[in-house]
Design a protein around this ligand. Structure first.
Ligand SMILES: Nc1ncnc2c1ncn2[C@@H]1O[C@H](COP(=O)(O)OP(=O)(O)OP(=O)(O)O)[C@@H](O)[C@H]1O
Ligand SMILES: [Mg+2]
Length: 250
């Protein structure tokens, strides 16, 4: 399995502040790669640069070995982005939201209808297809946000904190779906500040703080960097040890 995505010295400055600092990430085909970091670490800015929404100050992104920016047209439909800020429209019905996003990729007619139903079914919202998104609960909105990003069958799925502020049932549903997508062949990038989630679904984890990647490895490898007996240490403690900070306020 090869590298699907690579960032080369990816950097973002806002004014004098460096919010993403010289990131060199390499994501392998078939993995669930976790980006773990506290609020303000630079996770969303990184994802927005990877997907081309935010322009890097320096550096570039390679997707399947090609410069993403220069080959955006041919590569964009290989990517599915579930943004942290909900992208759905409250005054559109569930199916119209999925139609809006899926049709952007040139999918039309009977195939489009099929993809809409398939995406809604995937997130458990097929029966609510005719309801306006504004009538949905927080968890249902998050699920619809996912349905909007998968209708074009992307190879790489990028989830930016898809479980923030939702009930445990919806959270588990989303985590199970991410694992299922990965089993079915999608590569996944997953950002979160919940270490339990990252530990549960990610095959490899990068710890990010202050715009920098501090360490990368499997959960076990990261723990070994801090302590020999890994059974007595959590990722939370690894983070505290490496940064001197708590991952989140408990
Ligand atoms: N458009 C912008 N203009 C100025 N500063 C910005 C902008 N977008 C992000 N920042 C700053 O960049 C830093 C990183 O923000 P970012 O949203 O990438 O963090 P994050 O890791 O996703 O945090 P969270 O867990 O809260 O979502 C923050 O200090 C933020 O204030
Ligand atoms: Mg964010």
């Amino acid at each position: 399995m090869g590298t699907i995505l690579k960032t080369n010295d990816l950097t973002k400055k806002y004014g004098n502040k460096v919010v993403v600092d010289n990131l060199n990430l390499e994501i392998q085909e078939g993995e669930v790669f976790g980006l773990l970091g506290p609020n303000g670490a630079g996770k969303s800015t990184t994802m927005n640069m990877i997907t081309g929404i935010v322009n890097p100050t320096l550096g570039n992104v390679e997707f399947e070995g090609k410069d993403f920016k220069k080959n955006r047209k041919s590569l964009i439909d290989k990517l599915g982005y579930i943004p942290q800020e909900l992208a759905i429209h409250g005054n559109l019905k569930a199916w119209e939201n999925v139609e809006l996003f899926t049709s952007l990729y040139g999918i039309k007619g009977a195939e489009l209808k099929e993809r809409i139903n398939e995406s809604l079914e995937y997130v458990g919202l097929l029966e609510r297809r005719n309801d306006f998104a504004k009538t949905f609960s927080g968890g249902m909105k998050r699920r619809l946000n996912i349905a909007c990003a998968i209708g074009h069958h992307p190879d790489l799925l990028i989830f930016d904190e898809p479980t923030v502020g939702i009930d445990p049932q919806s959270r588990n549903f989303i985590l199970d779906k991410i694992k299922e997508s990965n089993k079915n062949g999608s590569t996944v990038i997953y950002t979160s500040h919940y270490m339990e989630e990252v530990e549960a679904i990610c095959t490899r984890i990068a710890i990010m703080d202050n715009g920098k990647i501090i360490a990368t490895g499997t959960s076990e490898e990261l723990k070994k960097m801090v302590k020999d007996d890994i059974s007595t240490i959590t990722l939370e403690e690894v983070f505290l040890n490496m940064t001197g900070k708590k991952l989140r306020d408990l």
